[in-house]
Design a protein around this ligand. Structure first.
Ligand code: ZN
Length: 160
C-alpha cells in the first residue's frame, strides 16, 4: 500500500546531523507509527514520505525552515535560577526544564550567574539541518476510530 492521507505508517528512522553523526534512532526498538495527513509529523518528513511504499528505504535532508525552524536570538532570556528544574548546579550547555504559560519546556542553559541564568528557549534542533534515514515498515488504512482521534493506535502509536 502507498502512503497517502488517512493511512497509518510504521517506520524506522535514524536522525543525523550536518556531520553525519547519529543524533537519534529507533534502532533496536519497535517502529514508530503515525497517521499520515493529520499534522502528527514534521511537515518536511511527511512530504518526503508521501507516496512511498511499504519496504521503501530512503534519506531526506531538511533545511532548518523545513525542520524545527531557524534560531531566534531574541529567545535567549534571563530567568531566576530558582526556576530551572532538573539539577542542583547549573553549567552552560546543560538542559533544564522551565514552566511557561504554555506548560513545561526544555531550555539550554547559556550563562550562569549567582542568582540569574540566561537560557535559550529555541527548540533544541532549531537552526539545524537534519538528515533522516527512513525505512517504511508497513502502510495500512486508518480505522474509523483512528481518524476520529486524529492519531494512530497500536504498536508504535497511541496506547489507550
Ligand atoms: Zn486514540
Amino acid at each position: 500500500m502507498q502512503i497517502a492521507n488517512d493511512t497509518v505508517v510504521q517506520f524506522n528512522y535514524t536522525l543525523k546531523d550536518e556531520q553525519g553523526e547519529v543524533m537519534d534512532t529507533n534502532e533496536g526498538k519497535a517502529p514508530l507509527a503515525y497517521l499520515h495527513g493529520h499534522d502528527n509529523m514534521l511537515e518536511g518528513l511527511e512530504k518526503a514520505l508521501d507516496g512511498k511504499n511499504e519496504g521503501d528505504s530512503f534519506s531526506v535532508t531538511l533545511a532548518p525552515a523545513d525542520a524545527y525552524g531557524e534560531r531566534d536570538e531574541s529567545l535567549i532570556q534571563r530567568v531566576s535560577i530558582r526556576h530551572l528544574q532538573g539539577a542542583k548546579r547549573w553549567e552552560p550547555g546543560m538542559v533544564a526544564m522551565v514552566h511557561t504559560e504554555n506548560g513545561p519546556r526544555q531550555v539550554v542553559v547559556v550563562k550562569v550567574g549567582r542568582f540569574m541564568a540566561d537560557v535559550d528557549l529555541n527548540h533544541l534542533l532549531a537552526g539545524r539541518t537534519l538528515t533522516f534515514d527512513l525505512e517504511v515498515v508497513s502502510v495500512r488504512a486508518a480505522t474509523g476510530e483512528e481518524l476520529e482521534h486524529g492519531h494512530a493506535h497500536g504498536e508504535g502509536g497511541h496506547q489507550h
